[in-house]
Design a protein around this ligand. Structure first.
Ligand code: SIN
Ligand code: FE2
Length: 217
């Protein structure tokens, strides 16, 4: 029977528990991926992808936009959430139902019922783009989990510990994978290694990551 179990791993969704409070849902978003990518294209027409500047003055290598009531931004004055896109002065686009449903059902599958995200950060990585280890800690409270969806080209997710220098696990995330972490794992350091070039039929030369959070009170 073990053979059967492994045979399904490539093609069918399955959950891999990475600790008490973290679950890697392989392929969970696979079937909704084309609807998600279309919705993201629509969002980007209203709130274009842009490479933001860190408080230290560096340009981030991932291009970002947001949807939902709150959007995560960074500039020379710091990291924060805003209700308006600083580039257009308009509200961030609404979170489309297909994104919200995916996020809440993934959270539920991982054991977090009642997840009500008010923010979805959309990261777009081109070859060479990366994100260094960091904690997600600009939210009002940490009781809700983080739901992270991978679309397009594969990328190595580094999932570390509670200290920056804890050696991170390296998880090769594929198109359609979702990682959910919360509870005791909520403040774990994480990041992604530089994207290798390639081609994906839905996203072309990039990887897109959706990070859903409950950011406001
Ligand atoms: C993030 O932590 O904001 C993004 C992680 C990822 O792209 O997988
Ligand atoms: Fe993050």
């Amino acid at each position: 029977m073990t053979g059967d179990l492994f045979a399904t791993h490539q093609d069918e969704p399955y959950a891999e528990r990475l600790g008490d409070c973290t679950v890697w849902l392989h392929g969970f978003a696979y079937n909704s991926a084309s609807a998600l990518v279309r919705a993201i294209e629509e969002i980007a027409r209203e709130a274009p992808f842009r490479q933001m500047i860190t408080p230290g003055g560096f340009r981030m290598s991932a291009a970002m936009t947001n949807c939902g009531r709150l959007g995560w931004v960074t500039d020379r004055t710091g990291y924060r959430y805003t209700e308006h896109d600083p580039q257009t002065a308009r509200r961030w686009p609404e979170m489309p139902d297909c994104l919200l449903e995916l996020a809440t059902s993934a959270a539920q599958e991982a054991g977090y019922s009642g997840f009500a995200p008010d923010a979805c950060l959309i990261n777009r990585y081109l070859p060479g783009s990366r994100m260094s280890l960091h904690q997600d800690k600009n939210e009002e409270d940490y009781s809700a989990p983080i739901v992270s969806v991978s679309l397009g080209l594969p990328m190595v997710f580094q999932f570390g510990g509670m200290a920056r220098n804890d050696k991170p696990a390296r998880l090769p995330l594929s198109h359609g994978d979702v990682v959910v972490w919360g509870g005791a794992d909520r403040l774990r350091y994480h990041g992604v290694s530089p994207l290798k070039s390639g081609y994906h039929e839905l996203t072309g030369d990039c990887r897109i990551n959706l990070t859903f959070r409950k950011a406001g009170a």
